[in-house]
Design a protein around this ligand. Structure first.
Ligand code: NAP
Length: 280
């Protein structure tokens, strides 16, 4: 298919390469052009504007930081794309953000936030959370096959997938902050923190993610797969959605504060494992 990928950050660049490997014709655009240019070597056409990228596209993928950038770029892309083009919004934009995307997309948009990070984006093994009109879901199937290993359909309403994404990322943020807490607590109490990971390994409370992020924390390796500031943004969206429904926000606030503290310490662009720095 002819696919425009708008936003070639960590996730968008990996998704563009997965689409190219699957044989799709891919045009890419990024606000900071230098971040899109390397994709030419993979076979992408690097466009100098959103309009150029979207011209002739059957599917327009937006993989941008937040709802504001997604709505702005997606709206401009749809204006330039053919009338039957489908807009696949893949960023984490929250529930209110998804409503704004739906308004801007006028029936041509699918909500498709993803689970997985840099590695799965590069490998085409993301888990796509999908919601929106069923005919559009069928149409974009080849694109989803290229970027993901499976798709979880959350219904036919744009926004349901973004709601599910918030629930999933609440878990990811809590697990990462919890791993940092246990490593730091062990250290503070005078125990070798590696023993925490050894103790839970293979048991019912083990999580592979604790090992991955815990290993990075022990090595003080903050090479970014998902940035601290991205987590701050996402947990903020969870707090907003929860508070609007009278849902308890204590735990979300605590997690938000920890990641915000790591960001304040200068780790905003570092990997979320750097939440370890919010503990002694
Ligand atoms: N990384 C992960 O593990 C992961 C996993 C699942 C979902 N997500 C979500 O996927 C989305 C992208 O994340 P990422 O990790 O790829 O982030 P990233 O590397 O920081 O990329 C963000 C992208 O958004 C663009 N952007 C930001 N503000 C913009 C604006 N005002 N106008 C136009 N473009 C703008 C950036 O352009 P510039 O290059 O010009 O700054 C860049 O292309 C986010 O919603 C994130 O929450 C990330």
């Amino acid at each position: 298919m002819r696919v425009a990928v708008l936003g070639t950050g960590i996730m968008g660049a990996g998704m563009a390469r997965s689409l190219l490997r699957a044989g799709h014709e891919v045009r890419v655009w990024n606000r900071t052009a230098a971040r899109a240019r390397p994709l030419a070597a993979d076979g992408a056409t690097v466009a100098s504007s959103v309009t150029d990228a979207a011209d002739g596209a059957e599917v327009v993928v937006t993989m941008l930081f937040d709802a504001d950038s997604t709505v702005e770029v997606g709206r401009a892309a749809l204006a330039a794309a053919p009338d039957d083009a489908t807009w696949l919004q893949c960023g984490t934009v929250g529930v209110e953000g998804a409503r704004r995307v739906a308004d801007a997309g006028g029936g041509r948009v699918l909500d498709a936030p993803v689970l997985g990070t840099r590695g799965p984006a590069e490998e085409g093994t993301l888990v796509v959370l999908l919601s929106g009109p069923e005919p559009l879901q069928r149409k974009v199937a080849p694109v989803l096959e290229a970027v993901g290993s499976r798709t979880v359909v959350a219904g036919d309403k744009v926004g349901s997938a973004s709601a599910l994404k918030l629930a999933c990322n609440a878990w990811v943020a809590l697990l990462t902050a919890g791993t940092a807490q246990s490593l730091a607590l062990a250290e503070t109490l005078g125990v070798d923190p590696t023993l925490f990971l050894e103790a839970i390994d293979g048991g019912p409370v083990f999580a592979p993610y604790a090992k991955v992020k815990g290993g990075a924390m022990l090595a003080r390796d903050w090479a970014t797969s998902f940035a601290v500031d991205g987590v701050v943004k996402d947990v903020g969206l969870m707090v907003e959605a929860a508070a609007a429904r009278g849902f308890p926000t204590e735990l979300l606030h605590a997690v938000h504060e920890l990641f915000a503290e790591a960001s304040g310490l200068g780790h905003g662009d570092d990997d979320m494992a750097a939440v370890r720095t919010a503990f002694p």
